[in-house]
Design a protein around this ligand. Structure first.
Ligand code: ACO
Length: 400
């Protein structure tokens, strides 16, 4: 990496990937004491995706990342920094970013992970932006990728219904000409540190048969406190980022929020006094994919024709930490490039190398074994995506 004068930043590429298998609310009704009615009315979620045994956060992130690079019209080695946001890395070390770098065939980039839970993509975006404006990178791949279904307790109905798997990515590129105004806001409130957490496996409680027996390697969450934090913080973080770009909320064409719960998004819309059609919503089909949720939603919004050059967008996210973050930017890329970039990368073309002596255990949670063994659902036409209408259920999606 070599230093160069400060430059402006443009979003030039975007991509997404979701595993093919679908876990519906009806499936969850057979596992825990819940109902489709409860899940839809409290969260807006109808189904979520589950990664297959051969998939990992790195493999999904590599597919989304390569699609973003192709959408940007760049060569893989034009990327000089790879930032991966994930709370479900393939391993403690190496970084998932290093595995993504190899899987996409890049030989030139620096690569590292950022840990900010569901705000991770926005934190990664901010990091990439700072590297570019500081002259340390020209083209940065920012990936949000999560394989949450392997970290859920399928006997805990308050968490296992919420989360799903997937990946999204963007490419940020240096531009010599001035970019339109933009704004970034990040917050961290450690009072919420134990409101969403995964207790064991770190240096405080290293993995042992005891920690496994106590179920301490699964995500735990205080739902009500998290909900309160999200509704309190999302609107103000989004407003702060918009203000840095010189806008009020009325100037914003589309808000791409973290897809955690439709009620949280509706509360933010109410708080900002904006109609729901200013918010892109796909939580009904993916559930909460943590750091992947904003870039998946962005790619869907752009590829389904919701975003035009000149539109003012705001990404807003919140997550464990507690963290929150927002990015305000004016869209400058050609939306038509997205579907081409997506079609140019098949998931089966991506391989994440394993060590030669690796005898992996079966990664599939026993509760999901039957679901992952059944035939894959058919594909869905993207034109059916109905932003702002979370009740509009989709059966399956084409974005493999
Ligand atoms: N099915 C049926 N009943 C349920 C379920 C379920 N799946 N889950 C909980 N309940 C029950 C509870 O036991 C409780 O019963 P009780 O009144 O007899 O005790 C009742 O439903 C109400 O429970 P609440 O927790 O008050 O339900 P709430 O309306 O708050 O909804 C939810 C729960 C959906 C989890 C909500 O609080 C929420 O979305 N919180 C935010 C979570 C979130 O976004 N987390 C992601 C953070 S991002 C990250 O970094 C990972």
């Amino acid at each position: 990496m070599t230093a160069a004068p400060p430059r402006s930043v443009r979003l030039t590429g975007w991509g997404r990937y979701a595993p093919a298998q679908v876990l519906t609310n009806a499936d969850l009704e057979r596992m825990v004491d819940t109902s489709d009615e409860w899940i839809v009315s409290r969260t807006g979620i109808r189904e979520r995706r589950v990664a297959a045994a051969h998939e990992t956060s790195a493999s999904m992130g590599a597919v989304a990342g390569l699609r973003a690079i192709r959408t940007a019209g760049l060569e893989v080695n034009d990327i000089d920094l790879i930032v991966v946001a994930t709370l479900t890395p393939d391993y403690w070390m190496p970084s998932t970013a290093a595995l993504v770098k190899e899987a996409i065939g890049n030989t030139t980039a620096a690569a590292f992970d950022v840990a900010a839970a569901c705000s991770g993509f926005v934190y990664g975006y901010a990091t990439a932006s700072a590297y570019i404006t500081g002259g340390l990178a020209r083209n940065v791949l920012v990936v949000g990728t999560e394989l949450l279904t392997r970290f859920l307790d399928y006997s805990d109905r308050s968490t296992c219904i919420l989360f799903g798997d997937g990946a999204g990515a963007v490419v940020l590129s240096a531009a010599e000409e001035p970019a339109p105004p933009a704004g970034i806001e990040l917050t961290t409130d450690p009072q919420g540190a134990y409101m969403i957490w995964l207790p064991a496996g770190g240096s405080k409680a290293p993995a042992s048969s005891d920690t496994v027996a106590r179920g301490q390697h699964k995500i735990r969450m205080e739902g009500r406190e998290t909900y309160r934090f999200a509704t309190r913080t999302l609107a103000s973080t989004g407003l702060a980022a918009a203000a840095k770009a010189g806008w009020t909320q009325r100037d914003v064409d589309l808000i791409i929020p973290h897809q955690a719960n439709i009620r949280i998004i509706e509360a933010v819309a109410k708080g900002l006094d904006l109609p729901m059609d200013r918010f892109f919503v796909n939580v009904d089909r993916y559930g909460n994919t943590s750091a992947a949720s904003v870039p998946i939603a962005l790619a869907e919004a752009v590829n389904s024709g919701r975003v035009r050059p000149g539109d003012k967008l705001v990404f807003i996210a919140f997550g464990a930490g507690f963290t929150s973050g927002a990015v305000a930017l004016e869209w400058t890329a050609d939306p038509a490039r997205g579907p081409l970039g997506e079609a140019s990368v098949r998931p089966e073309d991506i391989t994440v190398r394993q060590p030669v002596d690796w005898g992996s255990v079966d990664p599939i949670p026993p509760a999901l074994a039957e679901i992952l063994a059944r035939p894959l659902p058919g594909h869905m036409d993207l034109s059916n995506v109905a932003p702002g209408e979370p009740a509009h259920a989709q059966t399956a999606d084409s974005i493999r």
